[in-house]
Write a protein that binds this ligand. Structure first.
Ligand code: FAD
Length: 317
């Protein structure tokens, strides 16, 4: 069953989480450990993030650097297949425009079709480190909606060059990202929601939100989306706090606010362990309220926080 089909069924608030591919050269064991820790809570599906190619400078001899490009966390498609094969769980690889040309994306769709993986989260991806605005690849996409169109054309049996392909497997079904506190580049929340609506009209079956720490932001966002005519499920994204550095890092990176009560508590933390305890407590309260409100599913940003997500799932599910 695809994520979209699952969301269309009558079900209690479901549970999903995302894993990051290991850093280049590291073993997949850590991913398996995370999955095995969280499988007992019966996740409806697991997302696998994708990370763009970045420019890196390698020192080839004393003081001499070579400029090269490297994907620091390769393996999204392979991990999606490995988790599906090993645990029989629905996997949702993220597909991003940044760092990919259209033909590379088409190749990925072909690989995924052969693997029988047809759930996707379609995203633009972040700008390259050091760039102050997003630059698509030559022959790449500027926005997530362009990739939504590419996936839908592929679903109709059309390759990029206009030729027809035979049915390679089931059709792809995908979700997209939404931002309760507005995407950083959007001129205002209304425009951002119009762009979100366009992605839904381009075929997205559901929305997963950026993390937020104040449920009111999510409820307001859902209300605005409904008023704008977006009717698909909107899945809230929750991140358990884990480190002292996140006090400044999360607002800066994701353009989100901590509500006053959380920021006061955060300021009283003296160690990462204090933050972890606060993060679990806060996320449990958030998840309980969201569950009570009948949200279709809760998506946990579990990066480096499997233990926290486990504690939250124990308390909430
Ligand atoms: P878009 O929908 O393209 O929106 C980007 C900006 O452009 C917004 O301001 C929007 O309002 C505007 N816009 C949209 N369409 C148009 C248009 N047609 N004309 C003009 N403006 C437009 N990043 C990764 O690199 N890898 C991941 O695995 C990953 N996973 C994520 C998972 C979730 C649930 C979320 C919420 C984000 C994730 N991201 C990931 C981050 C995401 O890629 C960034 O937030 C990125 O900056 C925007 O992606 P988007 O898909 O929302 O882009």
């Amino acid at each position: 069953m695809s994520v979209a089909q699952f969301l269309a069924t009558k079900h209690p608030t479901a549970f999903s989480f995302e894993v990051l591919p290991p850093v280049r050269g590291k073993s997949i064991e850590q991913v398996f450990k995370t999955i095995e820790r969280l499988l007992p809570f019966n996740p409806a599906y697991v997302n696998i993030t994708t990370h763009r190619t970045e420019v890196v400078y390698r020192e080839v001899s004393a003081g001499v650097f070579q400029r090269t490009t490297e994907r620091t966390r390769p393996g999204t498609v392979a991990i999606a297949a490995a988790l599906k094969g090993r645990y029989g769980i629905t996997t949702v690889p993220h597909m991003i425009c940044s760092g990919y040309s259209r033909s590379e994306l088409e190749n990925e769709l072909i690989d995924l079709s052969y693997l029988g993986i047809t759930d996707l989260l379609v995203l633009r991806g972040d700008r390259a480190k050091g760039e102050n605005r997003f630059t698509p690849e030559n022959d790449g996409h500027a926005h997530a909606i362009d990739l939504c169109h590419q996936v839908e054309r592929f679903n109709e049996g059309l390759m990029l060059d206009g030729s027809e392909h035979e049915a390679l497997g089931d059709k792809f079904s995908f979700g997209v990202a939404g931002y309760p506190e507005k995407h950083e580049e959007a001129m205002n929340i209304e425009t951002d929601i119009e762009h979100l609506k366009a992605k839904v009209l381009a075929g997205a079956k559901y929305v997963v939100t950026q993390m937020f720490f104040d449920n009111k932001r999510y409820f307001d966002f859902v209300e605005r989306c409904r008023k704008a005519g977006i009717t698909v499920p909107i899945i809230p994204g929750i991140k358990p706090l884990t480190t002292l550095s996140q006090q400044t890092l999360l607002p800066k990176t994701f353009h989100i606010d901590f509500p006053m009560e959380l920021s006061t508590e955060f300021s009283r933390c003296h160690s990462n362990d204090d933050v972890k305890a606060l993060g679990v407590e806060w996320a449990i309260a958030q998840a309980r309220e969201l569950k009570q409100a009948g949200v279709p599913s809760i998506h946990f940003y579990s990066m480096n926080a499997a233990a926290g997500v486990e504690a939250i799932a124990k308390a909430v599910y």
